[in-house]
Write a protein that binds this ligand. Structure first.
Ligand SMILES: C[S@@+](CC[C@H](N)C(=O)[O-])C[C@H]1O[C@@H](n2cnc3c(N)ncnc32)[C@H](O)[C@@H]1O
Length: 201
């Protein structure tokens, strides 16, 4: 596990400085995905693996000044860039592991996770931890600004059936971790899986 975390930190640490300039046009896609989370003023939301904090501003806009927004990330350099870009004004930036969150059980209304799930060392266990901190009936959004096929093509690959984010894999994975998949979109300009936290799991 420590090795997995070190690899993540090395990978994203080396890319943090140029992260936002690599994807300058993603803002509207993030705002639209946040809108689909159906947050209300006063809600408490976590951006899991927040990176440079690209989702923090739309999340803050959705929950308003009475709500709370927390961004957790494992890579100090990503959080440094988030702070440098002033995103700490929209949410609290916390260095940490989404697999061991420093948050009380049931203390949140929703979790937003962009580009996160493929980097988790134990997705089932880590999704369960995300479920622990969300109240029953709360929401999860797993998002990417491009779909699976487009992302694979960007990396010179094609998608395979064992991809964690394929609907046939993701639905049972979420179910085993206390989440029910309620909506699934995978097209070139958007990947968005929405789930609701099951009662009593
Ligand atoms: C592809 S980047 C996406 C960053 C940001 N969400 C965005 O959309 O720009 C994945 C991020 O997840 C973070 N990450 C990976 N594993 C993590 C973990 N176990 N706990 C917290 N953050 C993690 C990485 O450090 C990295 O910043």
């Amino acid at each position: 596990m420590a090795d997995d975390h070190t690899k993540v930190q090395e990978f994203f640490g080396a890319r943090a400085a140029g992260w936002d300039s690599r994807f300058p046009d993603d803002g509207p896609a993030y705002a639209a995905a946040v809108a689909d989370l159906d947050l209300r003023p006063g809600d408490r939301v976590l951006d899991a693996g927040c990176g440079t904090g690209r989702a923090l501003e739309p999340l803050r806009a959705a929950v308003g000044p009475r709500g709370s927004v927390v961004g957790v990330d494992l890579t100090p350099e990503m959080l440094h860039e988030a702070a440098r870009a002033g995103r700490g004004r929209s949410g609290l930036l916390v260095l940490g592991d989404v697999g061991r969150l420093p948050l009380r059980s049931g203390s949140l209304d929703a979790v937003f996770g962009a580009g996160l799930i493929s980097h988790l060392p134990d997705p089932a266990e880590n999704l369960r931890e995300l479920g622990r901190v969300v109240r029953p009936g709360g929401a999860l959004a797993l998002f990417h600004p491009i779909g699976r096929a487009a992302l694979a093509a960007r990396h010179g690959r094609t998608i395979t059936d064992d991809d964690l984010r394929a609907e046939t894999n993701l639905r049972p994975l979420l179910a085993g971790s206390g989440w029910r998949l309620t909506s699934y979109t995978d097209r070139d300009d958007r990947f968005l899986a929405l789930a609701v936290r099951e009662t009593g799991s």
